[in-house]
Design a protein around this ligand. Structure first.
Ligand SMILES: NC(=O)C1=CN([C@@H]2O[C@H](COP(=O)(O)OP(=O)(O)OC[C@H]3O[C@@H](n4cnc5c(N)ncnc54)[C@H](OP(=O)(O)O)[C@@H]3O)[C@@H](O)[C@H]2O)C=CC1
Ligand SMILES: CC(C)=CCC[C@@H](C)[C@H]1CC=C2C3=C(CC[C@@]21C)[C@@]1(C)CC[C@H](O)C(C)(C)[C@@H]1CC3
Length: 615
C-alpha cells in the first residue's frame, strides 16, 4: 500500500462506528476502490473504516488523574475495562463487552453508574453464555430471556452517544464542520491540535451513483414523472410511443392548481399541529436526544375524508384532479424544489448533532439531492416526518378517489369498476395502515438515518401521489373487467402480503421500542456491540427484510387488477423491486458498519435477503 496513509500491520486508533470512541486496531488492508481500511479490533471484530476514522496513537493519551477522582465506586472498578487499555481478559471479550464497558466509564452519576454496572455485568455474563452456544450450530443464538440482559443495556442506554462523546476532545468529523466540542475530563484525548476536517469531507460512501448519479437522478426523476403522466392518457400507453407527444408549454402551468396544492399542504399542516393524538418518541439520536413526534396521522386521514366528502357534497367536482393531473404535478414539483433549496441552505447552518452521516460530500448537487439535516424542524414541526406521512400519502388516496369518480364519468358507470374498487381499497388500506401505525415509521431508515433533501422531498410530495396513483389513473380510460375468481385470488394475495408486511414491521418496531417486551420473549436474538440486538427468529429469521417481501406481494396485487395489456400499470411493481433491492443493499452496508461481526453472523444465519430461497 505505497500511497496510503496507514500501512498493513500498523497499530492505530480506530473509531468505533457510530460512536466517538477510539480503540486500538491493527490495519489489515486498504481497498483503493472503496478507499476503506479493513482493521481488526482487539476482540477480533473486523471492520472497514475511512481514513478520517483512524488516528495516530501518538495523538491519544489517557487522563488517569481525572479518572481517579471518580466519586463512584462502580466507575473506579470499571477503569481497567477501557478498550484502549485492553487487558488479556478483555481481549477475549466481544466488542459488545468493550463498548459496554466504555459506557460505564463515562456515566456521570453514581446512580447511573450503578445501573450501568449492573446492566453490563449481566450483559457480560450473557455474552459469555453465548460463547459455547456459538459452537453449537443448532443452538447458535441465545434465547430472548438471556438476551434481555443485553436489553437492560438498551434501557439505560437511552443516551449512549451522549456518554460516549465524553471521550472525545475533538468533534467527530461526521458531526459536521464548525465548532469544537468541549474538552471533558475522563477521556482519551488527542494531544496535538490536528487540522480540522474540511467542512465538506464525506463521512459515508457516496450513494445513488455518487456525484454524477445525483445529476442524473435530479433530471431523470422529474422527467420520468412527466413521461408516465403523458403516457397514461394515451390510448395505447407503450414504450413504443417514446417520446410521447409533448403538449404546448402553457398547458404545464395552472395558477389555480398551485393554489389547490398549497391549500392541501396547509390543511394537512394544520391537522398535524392540532394537539390531538399521541406524542411519540423517536429513536435515540447520536446526541442521545429523543425527538417527539405528534403521531395523529389516522386522525388526519379521517378528517381529510370528512372534508373531501363535504366538498363533494357541496358540488366541488373532484374529477378536476384527473383533468388537471399534469398541472397539479408540476405545481407540486415546484414546491418540492423550493422546499429542497430551503433544506439545503438550512443544513449548512445546522448544528453538527442534527446532521445525517451522508449528504456532506461537498458537492452542492449531490448534497442537495441526498439531504444532510436529519430532522429539520421549525419549532416542533418536523418537516421530514410531515412530508413523508401527510400531504403525499393522504393525497394519494384523494387522487385515487378522484380517479374512481373520473372513471364513472368517462365510462358512464353508476359505480366504479371492480378493478378500480380493488385498487382504491388496497391502496387505501396500505395508507390507513401506515397512518394507524404511524409510530412505526420512527424506526425506519428514512427517519433514523437519511438526511432530508430533494430525494425525499420530491419522493414524498411528487413521486408518491403522482406515480403511485398510476394504476387508478390507467383504469379511468383502460377498463379491465375481472371475473369473480380473479377478484377473490387478488384479494387473497393482497391479504397474504399485508399480513407479512404488518406482522414483520410491528415485530421489529415493538422489539426496537422495548426489547424486553414479554410478547417477544420467544424470539432469538444476536447481541451487537452497540447494545442493540438483532432479531434472528420470527419474521426476521425468515429473510432479512420480511417487510419488503410483504410489500412486494401487495404491489403485485395492486397491478393485477389492471391486466396485462400494457406495461405502464406494472411500473410500480418494477420500480418497487429496484427501490427495495437498492434499499436492502444500502441497509446492509449501514448495518454492517454499525454491527460489524454480529451483522455477518446474522447474515450467515438468515441467508436470504427478501425472497426465501430465491434472493
Ligand atoms: N411503498 C413504498 O414506496 C415504500 C415502502 N417502504 C416500506 O417501509 C417499511 C420500512 O422500510 P425501511 O425503512 O426501508 O427498512 P426497515 O424498516 O426494514 O428498517 C431497516 C432497519 O431495521 C433494523 N433491522 C434490520 N434487521 C433487523 C433485525 N434482524 N432485527 C432488528 N432490527 C433490524 C436496522 O436498524 P436498527 O438496527 O438501527 O434499528 C435496519 O437499519 C418497509 O415495510 C418497506 O417495505 C419502504 C420504502 C418505500
Ligand atoms: C424515486 C424516489 C424519489 C424515491 C424516494 C423514496 C420515497 C418515495 C419512499 C422512501 C420511503 C418511503 C416510505 C413510504 C412512502 C414512500 C417513501 C417516502 C411509506 C410512507 C408508505 C406507507 C407505508 O405504510 C410506510 C409508512 C411503511 C412507508 C414508509 C417508507
Amino acid at each position: 500500500m505505497p500511497s496510503v496513509k496507514y500501512q498493513k500491520g500498523d497499530m492505530v486508533m480506530g473509531r468505533w462506528p457510530g460512536s466517538s470512541l477510539y480503540y486500538e486496531v491493527k490495519v489489515l488492508s486498504f481497498d483503493t476502490k472503496s478507499q476503506l481500511y479493513t482493521v481488526i479490533y482487539k476482540d477480533g471484530t473486523e471492520l472497514e473504516l475511512k481514513e478520517q476514522d483512524i488516528k495516530n496513537p501518538a495523538g491519544f493519551q489517557t487522563r488517569t488523574r481525572s479518572r481517579s477522582r471518580s466519586r463512584s465506586p462502580g466507575r473506579r472498578r470499571s477503569r481497567s475495562r477501557s478498550p484502549a487499555r485492553t487487558t488479556r481478559r478483555s481481549s477475549s471479550r466481544t466488542a459488545a463487552a468493550v463498548a459496554a464497558a466504555a459506557i460505564t466509564e463515562s456515566a456521570p452519576t453514581t446512580r447511573r453508574d450503578a445501573r450501568l454496572k449492573e446492566a453490563i455485568e449481566v450483559r457480560l455474563s450473557s455474552l459469555d453464555q453465548t460463547k459455547p452456544a456459538e459452537n453449537n450450530s443448532n443452538n447458535k443464538h441465545e434465547k430472548k430471556e438471556e438476551n434481555n440482559t443485553a436489553n437492560k443495556v438498551d434501557e439505560v442506554e437511552a443516551e449512549p452517544e451522549k456518554n460516549q462523546s465524553r471521550y472525545n476532545l475533538r468533534r467527530r468529523k461526521d458531526d459536521g464542520d464548525a465548532k469544537e466540542a468541549e474538552a471533558k475530563p475522563e477521556q482519551l484525548e488527542e494531544k496535538e491540535a490536528k487540522p480540522a476536517a474540511p467542512p465538506s469531507a464525506a463521512t459515508t460512501p457516496l450513494d445513488f451513483g455518487g456525484k454524477i448519479g445525483a445529476y442524473f437522478w435530479l433530471l431523470f426523476l422529474p422527467a420520468w414523472v412527466l413521461f408516465v403522466i403523458l403516457q397514461v392518457n394515451l390510448e395505447d400507453p407503450s414504450l413504443a410511443n417514446f417520446p410521447p407527444p409533448v403538449p404546448p408549454l402553457e398547458t404545464f402551468w395552472d395558477g389555480q392548481a398551485l393554489g389547490f396544492v398549497i391549500l392541501w399542504i396547509l390543511f394537512q399542516a394544520l391537522l398535524y399541529i392540532l394537539p390531538v393524538g399521541k406524542l411519540s418518541e423517536g429513536m435515540p439520536l447520536r446526541s442521545g436526544q429523543r425527538l417527539k413526534y405528534r403521531t395523529n396521522g389516522f386522525f388526519a386521514i379521517v378528517l381529510s375524508s370528512v372534508a373531501v366528502a363535504a366538498a363533494a357534497y357541496q358540488g366541488v367536482d373532484l374529477t378536476y384532479i384527473h383533468s388537471h393531473f399534469l398541472q397539479l404535478a408540476v405545481a407540486t414539483f415546484l414546491i418540492s424544489v423550493l422546499l429542497s433549496v430551503y433544506l439545503y441552505v438550512r443544513s449548512r447552518y445546522a448544528a453538527p448533532e442534527h446532521l445525517a452521516l451522508g449528504g456532506n460530500s461537498g458537492n452542492v448537487v449531490y448534497d442537495f439531492f441526498k439531504g444532510h439535516e436529519l430532522n429539520p424542524r421549525i419549532k416542533n414541526f418536523d418537516l421530514k416526518f410531515f412530508c413523508e406521512m401527510r400531504p403525499g400519502l393522504i393525497g394519494w388516496c384523494l387522487i385515487n378517489f378522484a380517479m374512481a369518480l373520473a372513471e364513472m364519468k368517462q365510462q358512464g358507470l353508476d359505480a366504479p369498476s371492480h378493478s378500480m374498487i380493488l385498487v382504491n381499497i388496497f391502496q387505501l388500506l396500505y395508507v390507513v395502515d401506515g397512518l394507524w401505525n404511524e409510530e412505526a415509521i420512527l424506526t425506519t431508515m428514512d427517519l433514523m438515518h437519511d438526511g432530508f433533501g430533494f430525494m425525499l422531498a420530491f419522493g414524498d410530495l411528487v413521486w408518491v401521489p403522482f406515480t403511485y396513483t398510476l394504476q387508478a389513473y390507467y383504469l379511468v380510460s383502460h377498463p379491465n373487467p375481472l371475473s369473480l375468481p380473479a377478484v377473490a385470488a387478488i384479494i387473497t394475495l393482497k391479504l397474504g402480503g399485508f399480513y407479512i408486511f404488518r406482522k414483520s414491521n410491528s415485530e421489529k418496531n415493538a422489539f426496537r421500542r422495548n426489547p424486553a417486551d414479554p410478547k417477544l420473549s420467544h424470539l432469538k436474538t444476536i447481541p451487537t456491540a452497540t447494545g442493540k440486538s438483532l432479531l434472528v427468529s420470527g419474521w426476521w429469521g425468515v429473510v432479512r427484510h420480511p417487510n419488503y417481501l410483504g410489500d412486494l406481494i401487495m404491489a403485485l396485487a395492486w397491478s393485477l387488477p389492471c391486466g396485462f395489456s400494457h406495461l405502464l400499470p406494472w411500473y410500480y411493481m418494477i420500480y418497487f423491486i429496484i427501490l427495495l433491492v437498492h434499499r436492502d443493499s444500502r441497509d446492509m452496508s449501514e448495518c454492517r458498519r454499525k454491527y460489524g461481526s454480529a451483522w455477518d453472523e446474522y447474515c450467515r444465519t438468515v441467508r436470504y435477503r427478501i425472497i426465501p430461497r430465491v434472493y
